[in-house]
Design a protein around this ligand. Structure first.
Ligand SMILES: Nc1ncnc2c1ncn2[C@@H]1O[C@H](COP(=O)(O)OP(=O)(O)OP(=O)(O)O)[C@@H](O)[C@H]1O
Ligand SMILES: [Mg+2]
Length: 258
């Protein structure tokens, strides 16, 4: 891998659910330190692309490369699936996902939540992981919540715990699927601040979001999806200020008005 090898490269991705084709040939590249945002109306395929990228979903055509290494496939068409389970595990643990609904384990404390995967999946030393976990919880501003349970935290705090948990895997990239859309506006800002910090540290991230202001602030590249295809893409200051396609113009008008 050279310095210019992308961390994530998706080429000509096609994905169907049975007869319903939802991704129809999409290319997305994230180099080290890039923040790529995916925007588009509901059902346009944003979540599906993230889930395909970290191999939570199979896809039928196209290549997915992680640091230049192509995913190895077995089977064809609707039967296509990754051929090498160890490769899947390696890629998935390097692309940590943060979901809209946090997905914290209710029966574990916040510290235990953050420590769980590095210890059990990666087999790292427990004492070292604990030290890292405390540092990440401090970084996202909730070091006082180590011993609390998820239900005792606000939504914004829970989402920041989920981000600390993703960071504690020491992944190559972070994938966010609507990280702020389950939150009240004031709690949303706590999470946006953390994401902005991560962007300014040069983390590689792919972010699905309805928050156009955050997308404009943090992204190096914005991809506008429409019905499973890229309708328009570009740098945020161009894409948001001078959209070329009528669809993107309409989409921006409707989301800004909301
Ligand atoms: N498990 C599934 N089975 C069948 N169809 C699905 C499944 N998941 C998603 N779809 C369909 O795939 C298309 C893309 O869905 P996706 O969730 O990627 O959209 P999205 O852009 O993330 O939308 P939203 O903004 O509402 O989250 C939609 O038409 C959706 O109905
Ligand atoms: Mg979605």
């Amino acid at each position: 891998m050279t310095k210019d090898t992308p961390v994530i490269e998706i080429r000509n991705l096609h994905k169907a659910y049975g007869a319903l084709e939802v991704i129809k040939g999409v290319d997305i590249t994230a180099h080290r330190g890039d923040v790529v945002s995916l925007i588009g109306s509901s059902g346009s395929g944003k979540s599906t692309i993230l889930r395909c990228a970290n191999l939570l979903e199979d896809s039928q055509q196209g290549d997915i490369l992680f640091k230049g290494e192509p995913v190895k496939w077995a089977g064809q068409g609707l039967d296509r699936h990754p051929a090498d389970f160890n490769q899947v595990l390696r890629i998935r643990t390097n692309l940590s996902m943060v979901f809209q609904q946090f997905n914290l384990w209710a029966h574990m404390t916040i510290l235990q939540n953050v420590m769980e995967a590095p210890v059990t999946v990666l087999g790292r030393d427990r004492a070292e992981v604990e030290q890292a976990a405390r540092a990440y919880l401090d970084k996202v501003g909730i070091s006082d919540k180590c011993d609390a349970y998820p239900a005792q935290l606000s939504g914004g705090q829970q989402q920041r715990a989920a981000i600390a948990r993703a960071l504690c895997m020491e992944p190559e990239a972070l994938l966010f699927d609507e990280p702020t859309s389950a939150l009240d506006p004031e709690l949303e800002q706590e999470v946006v601040r953390v994401i902005k910090d991560l962007a300014s540290e040069g983390r590689t991230m792919m972010i699905v979001t309805h928050d156009m202001k955050m997308a404009a602030d943090v992204s190096d590249h914005v991809v506008f999806l429409h019905q499973g295809l890229i309708e328009e893409e570009g740098a945020p200051d161009i894409l948001f200020k001078a959209p070329k396609s009528e669809r993107l113009r309409q989409f921006l008008n409707s989301t800004m008005a909301a």
